[in-house]
Ligand binder design. Structure first.
Ligand code: 6GU
Length: 247
């Protein structure tokens, strides 16, 4: 059984888009995952095939009709698989949720446009609302592409180097809470800038320690929220990077 992303959208031309290239695109060609895109307008009725209407109570913009979205979901969603509605008011997409979704057999994604979707159809289908960050996109399509990309790279056989998905930031490796340490390749000296000596000396225990320390430093400096979580999980006292006297 192939992991399948079922997408409901008013803009089917946006798919596979970037998912047709690179890692995800190669995996799609190899049949390691499947993409089923349906145009929500196919489920509209009447001479004008209207999918949206003005909001009750007034206000700007248009709202997607519950009857149209309901027919689309009934035709596409699979019993027992998650159905997600992409919206900035949803629960934040995290690597933990991505891992859960990759462990299943597939999912359905409803991409909203306009001001949103009639609340009643979200309730009826118990759609899980998911956001990819605290900013507003003009529709759920780009968020759907982001979510599918994050899931597909975790599917068996998709990543050539399995280790690289486990070592990176947010991966399950050490504890999933640290950002990545810096990376270097040849030349060892470039425009007067040298690669850190420890990486050239072949002492693998020392290299591991250096990378861990760098990952901790970068996380502490850039993402105090993740750093606090890391310290709680490892039950160590938060290190500020300054001496005690400056704390
Ligand atoms: Cl999932 N959809 C839209 N339209 N905007 C967003 C988003 C989703 N996540 C962040 N901004």
């Amino acid at each position: 059984m192939t992991w399948t992303a079922r997408v409901l959208t008013l803009f089917p031309a946006m798919f596979p888009g970037p998912l047709g290239a690179s890692l995800a695109g190669r995996a799609l060609e190899q049949g390691l995952w499947h993409l089923a895109v349906r145009d929500i307008r196919d489920f509209a009725e009447g001479r004008h095939r209207q999918v949206d209407d003005t909001p009750f109570g007034g206000g700007a913009g248009m709202v997607m009709r519950p009857d149209v979205v309901d027919r689309a979901l009934q035709a596409v969603a699979v019993e027992g698989e998650p159905a997600l509605y992409l919206t900035p008011r949803g629960r934040p997409l995290t690597q933990g949720l991505v891992r859960e979704l990759a462990a299943g057999s597939g999912l359905s994604l409803l991409c909203g446009r306009y001001e949103g979707v009639d609340e009643r159809v979200l309730e009826k289908h118990r759609l899980v609302e998911v956001s990819i960050g605290d900013y507003v996109l003009s529709g759920g399509e780009l968020a759907a592409l982001v979510l599918i990309d994050a899931v597909v790279r975790l599917l068996p056989g998709v990543m050539g180097n399995q280790a690289s998905s486990e070592e990176e930031s947010f991966g399950p490796g050490f504890d999933g809470l640290l950002l990545e340490h810096p990376h270097y390749t040849r030349p060892a000296l470039w425009e007067g800038r040298a690669v850190p000596e420890v990486l050239l000396q072949g002492n693998h225990a020392a290299i591991r320690r250096w990378r861990q320390a760098e990952a901790e430093r970068i996380t502490r400096e850039r993402r105090p929220d993740l750093w606090t979580g890391f310290c709680e999980k490892t039950r160590s006292t938060p290190r500020t990077g300054k001496s005690r006297a400056q704390d």
